[in-house]
Design a protein. Sequence first.
Length: 115
Amino acid sequence: MVGCLAADHAARLEVAPAAVSLMVGEPDGGEPAGGRPQRQGRRGPAWTGVDRREDDADRRRAIVSIAELNRKAVDAGLARGARAWRSALEPLTGEQRRVLAETLRSYERAITGYG
């Protein structure tokens, strides 16, 4: 992932954008987080396994991405999830996969309020 806006993460986590800002820390003097394990921010300690930068198009927004230092561990974790999904879905017929996909889309619409 190249980077997402804090608001995008907030929507996925179902929290306020300010909560995401607290989770990933606030930039101190414009210095990127760079994957440092922790630092004391103005609002308390924050995990800084992410890089955070201002959005060039709108300086009020922040773009957050996984710090390069942590990318290998995150990718490994995602790979385990992908293998688990493959294992769960492999025995399903095409029709069963279609029904599952429709069910998941329906759930997503219900939980996000879209559609």
